[in-house]
Design a protein around this ligand. Structure first.
Ligand code: ATP
Ligand code: MG
Length: 425
């Protein structure tokens, strides 16, 4: 039997009802904050990711689905392509490619779509997963560098999670400074690691050479006491970065968005500068991060674009759904009326009634004239219908229909014209 490939999965009803409700709510909230949708291709030139996410990150060094797309003509060259492992790089590429900086204003863009990483599949970790993300990007003159953007994004996320119904989420905040700060921190980390790195895991030994910041990401238990004693990034921030971070925190305090500082949160992508953040939820087990994001002030230039500071986030939609489900009590999509044709020749009448109901905004499903009444009742109950509408010869003749409330068992006769209003209750 053929099965979905390891790390991929089918999303099925009734789960997809919840996915759609979440997406509809997200679109609604984002529109209120004046974000507009962008859709970028699912695959891109491999270089886009190596130059933005960073060669030494886990994503680029081992998690990408990359292939050589062979030349189709003598004149063509083979090209290395990659299924997008994240969407910020694609958005910034599109921002540059289409000159979205030309109006000189902020661009507020959001996306919803699949991403791909070759990771070890487990709960909350898949090889095809879905992200809901947004970016604010623009020239500094439009206010893109201002700490108010950071606070605005974080406040929006708090509102969005509240409105989709997620309870007890936590916000963790950090600042990873600017490129110069990180050079100094990098040097300090290397020095601090030199005498102890021999006792650490193989990954850390490699990271200590190639990208010491990534050591802070290490999850190996035995390495934790060593990592706890390493220098802290906050001691290496310059005046401007320190001030920027203080301003972000001050605004969050002012509007009442609560957070905690986590100095080890450096995030898995090299393009981040200054503010980085994660929202976590207790219902997710080991993969507790529902979303992550941060500022990326040098990313546009790294991709040959103009100076265009920005800040963004990506929600792991699979994890958001898991977290909501862990809270329980998600009502399934409800069928309001089950239309039951009763007896030969009744299908066409039932179809007509169902058509009228659906056009009037009632969620309706229908049975078949071949079914006995008992079977129709069973099907209506399986569908979770509120009412069953019986369409038999007498009903059609009288243009009045027997309607039974499946919860209370109460039955009444309702004239055809009054059906939609009756069933919408
Ligand atoms: P993690 O620490 O969980 O590996 P990450 O730092 O790799 O996360 P990001 O690249 O920041 O994650 O992506 C943002 C969000 O996307 C994460 O917080 C998570 O909710 C989700 N996410 C990342 N990788 C996966 C995956 N393989 N499967 C499902 N969701 C994922
Ligand atoms: Mg990861």
């Amino acid at each position: 039997m053929l099965k979905a490939v390891r790390g991929t999965r089918d999303l099925l009803p009734p789960d997809t009802d919840l996915w759609n409700r979440v997406e509809a709510k997200v679109r609604d909230v984002l529109a209120r904050y004046n974000y507009h949708e962008i859709r970028t291709p699912v695959f891109e030139d491999t270089q886009l990711f190596s130059r933005s996410v960073g060669e030494e990150t886990d994503i680029v060094s081992k998690e990408m689905f990359t292939w050589e797309d062979r030349a189709r003509a003598e004149s063509e060259k083979a090209q290395s392509l990659t299924l997008r492992p994240e969407n910020t790089a694609g958005v910034v590429r599109a921002y540059i490619e289409h000159g979205l900086y030309k109006p000189g204003t902020l661009q507020k863009l959001y996306y919803i779509g699949p991403q791909f990483r070759r990771e070890r599949p487990q709960k909350g970790r898949y090889r095809q997963f879905y992200q809901i993300g947004a970016e604010i990007i623009g020239p500094p003159s439009a206010g893109s560098e201002s700490p108010a953007r950071d606070a605005e994004v974080l406040e929006m996320l708090a509102t969005l999670l509240d409105e989709v119904g997620l309870r007890a989420w936590k916000l963790e905040l950090n600042s990873v400074g600017c490129a110069e700060d990180r050079l100094r921190y990098d040097k300090a980390l290397r020095e601090a690691l030199r005498p102890v790195v021999g006792q650490m895991c193989a990954d850390c030994q490699r990271r200590a050479e190639t990208n010491p910041l990534r050591v802070l990401d290490c999850k190996v238990l035995e390495d934790q006491p060593i990592i706890e004693k390493l220098p802290r990034i906050s001691q290496y921030l310059d005046e401007a970065c320190r001030g920027h971070f203080a301003a972000v925190r001050m605004m969050l305090d002012e509007i009442g968005v609560t957070y905690s500082i986590n100095e080890r949160m450096v995030r898995g992508l090299d393009y981040y500068t200054r503010t980085t953040f994660e929202f976590t939820h207790g219902g997710l087990g080991a993969q507790s991060a529902v979303l992550g994001g941060g500022r990326y002030d040098g990313l546009s230039e790294a991709l040959d674009g103009p100076k265009a500071p920005g800040i963004g986030f990506a929600i792991g939609e699979d994890r958001l759904i898991l977290a909501l489900q862990s809270q329980g009590g998600q009502p399934a999509g409800r069928v309001q009326a089950f239309v039951a044709p009763l007896g030969a020749g009744m299908n066409r009448h039932a179809l007509k009634i169902a058509r009228e109901l659906r056009r009037a905004g009632v969620t309706a499903d229908m049975g078949d004239e071949e079914f006995r009444l008992k079977k129709s009742f069973e099907l209506a109950e399986k569908a979770g219908a509120s009412y069953i509408v019986i369409v038999g010869e007498n009903e059609v003749a009288a243009d009045k229909f027997a309607v039974k409330d499946l919860a209370s068992g109460e039955q009444v006769s309702v004239p055809r014209a009054e059906l939609p209003e009756f069933l919408r209750k």
